[in-house]
Write a protein that binds this ligand. Sequence first.
Ligand code: ZN
Length: 405
Amino acid sequence: MPTPPADKHDQVRRNNLSRILRHLHAAGPASRSDLVGLTGLNRSTVGAIVADLVETGLVEERAGTTSTVGRPSLVVAPVATSAVVLSFELRVEKLIGSLVGLGGTVLNTREHPHMRAGYGVTIAVDQIVQMSTDLLEHVPEGSSWVGTGISIPGSIETEGGKVRLAPNLGWEDISLGEPLMVAMRAQFGDPPTVTIRNDSDLGAISEHLRGAAAGAGNMIYISGEIGIGGGVVVNNRLLDGVGGFAGEVGHMVIDPAGPECRCGSHGCWETLIGLDSVIRATGNDPETAELSEILSHVDPTLPSAHVGFDVVGRSIGIGISNLVNIFNPEAVVLGGHLRELLPFVEDSVSEMLARALPASRSGVRVVPASIEIGSSLMGAAESGFEGLLADPIGVMNSSSVLIAS
Ligand SMILES: [Zn+2]
């Protein structure tokens, strides 16, 4: 058999390293036999790839249990502190930052509340750089910082990190990627890539990879904050749309005669089920009341009508029915305040969901998001890891930011 050319050989090797590291990062430790079964590669190839990954420090082999019952053997496991990313979730009322290690291990988390009004890009950039500095102080010696991901509640041009519209932050056609990279370089010299993406897309990525919809090839993530967003996964791929703006489900018009939306339209889904509207439905003022505090006094076994949530619950159900008819997903995952609210409105949601086409709704699960630190924040971490997972050895060899504390 002729020997493949060197660059072709390198590409095959890089792809194989990528496949195995991706699997370990998403699903955790596996034996060499499991990896053979999962990848279809032969035993010696898997052995060589594992040896390469062990040499970079990204994985280790240690004693563990395998799929063979009762027979202890070596497992290959990702090393959380070998490569780390910074992830940030910029929300209307606060900035949350976290340091996440390979395999999705959360090493540290910070929060910084801010005023809803007058929060501009300059302040956001300063806070992100400051929080990055604080978080990186907690990284074990020898870790490589391989990426930074940022979640924004708005429409983002992924290339260049321009915010087209983040109505609830009051940002329109604002460059965020450029000033942020300038500030990161001034602080850190040669920082790894920064990726800026829509919060709901990132929520869909993380819930699909390791959350409530793990294993579901077709799923929809709906983020609930002041605004409502969506991320749609079709056949295991996030739906982008021609400009990258697909999934703005919060601006589906549910009631054309409804309240005016921040986008300029009327009766958008988010005017009916956004956080402020839900708090108002309980007779409280969104400026002063907290939804979790309100819900802590409500009996979830009572029908939603009894606690003033029937209209909100039915509105949630109408929107989900529309999405189920269009996308026929296996799972609809509710994040943010919708996750908290779900137990109190399940009857109204089910009532409306029963109106979706029987074939489309068959087998669909409407479930709360399950990622503890927040789906969008973990999704931002996943986007930070993307470069490493695509080319593990290339990134580790070129990673200029080794942390020495
Ligand atoms: Zn709207």
